[in-house]
Design a protein around this ligand. Structure first.
Ligand code: C5P
Length: 230
């Protein structure tokens, strides 16, 4: 079956501050979304990519292919999950129900080929799909509304969820449709799958596959991308 990348890029980046949506911030000479797309489309096993853009996006450079592969666009929605669902529905007809889709944040520029390769291997072998992540390394505190500690959470079973997150197109589409119908806001694709009873696999990836959310993250991304030699 085929493998397509799906990039939700319809966010306004309001947490970052500033007027440029974060996927269009530049680091090491390219926008974050260009880094994300290049990491995916330069991989030999990825067949194409679909980006979900805001309806009023004037910054998209109009690319229709990259690395010799199709790069398609569609209009995203109000929440990340709405943008992903719009992209899944807009995929070409020859991307069948069993095709693997790799959902990847447009603002996550430092994905390495080795991580992507292992993710594709695990997801291909696992019916419930797989995501990149990393075990939690800090001690975790539960707090009350006044930022007073009320408990220390055992961290040994806890992971951070990264992207890409890889699922069968049909299964992910149904899971996201169900979450939407039930009015549940899912913050990643795995959460939608979990709610259907699936147990996606966690593939330990590099911690420097960071999502740019703050100006400090952008500085770190710049540092990492400038030294990207694998
Ligand atoms: O805001 P956050 O960091 O969670 O966004 C993750 C990704 O989801 C970003 O690439 C952002 O552009 C995308 N997004 C989207 N549609 C929305 C909100 C976020 O495609 N309505």
């Amino acid at each position: 079956p085929r493998i397509w990348a799906v990039l939700p890029a319809a966010g306004r980046g309001t947490r970052f501050g500033g007027e440029v949506p974060k996927q269009y911030l530049e680091a090491a000479g390219k926008t974050l979304i260009a880094h994300a797309l290049d990491a995916l489309l330069s991989h030999p096993r990825v067949d194409g990519a679909m980006v979900a853009l805001a309806a009023d996006d004037l910054r998209w450079p109009g690319w229709t292919s990259r690395h010799g592969k199709p790069l398609l666009r569609c209009t995203g929605g109000g929440e990340r999950a709405d943008s992903v669902l719009a992209a899944l529905r807009a995929l070409p007809g020859d991307v069948d129900e069993d095709a693997l889709v790799l959902v990847h944040d447009a603002a996550r520029p430092n994905l390495r080929a080795a991580d992507l390769n292992r993710l594709i291997d695990v997801a291909s072998a696992h019916a419930d799909g797989a995501i990149l992540g990393a075990p939690v390394r800090d001690t975790l505190k539960r707090a009350d509304a006044d930022a007073r500690i009320v408990a220390t959470e055992p961290r040994s079973a806890l992971w951070r969820a990264f992207t890409p997150q890889a699922f069968r197109r049909g299964a992910l589409t149904s899971a996201l449709e169900r979450a939407r119908a039930e009015g549940v806001l899912v913050t990643d694709e795995a959460m939608a799958m979990e709610r259907t009873g699936a147990h996606p696999a966690l593939v330990e990836g590099r911690e420097d596959n960071l999502k740019v959310t703050t100006p400090a993250d952008l500085a770190l991304a710049e540092y990492l991308l400038a030294r990207l030699t694998e």
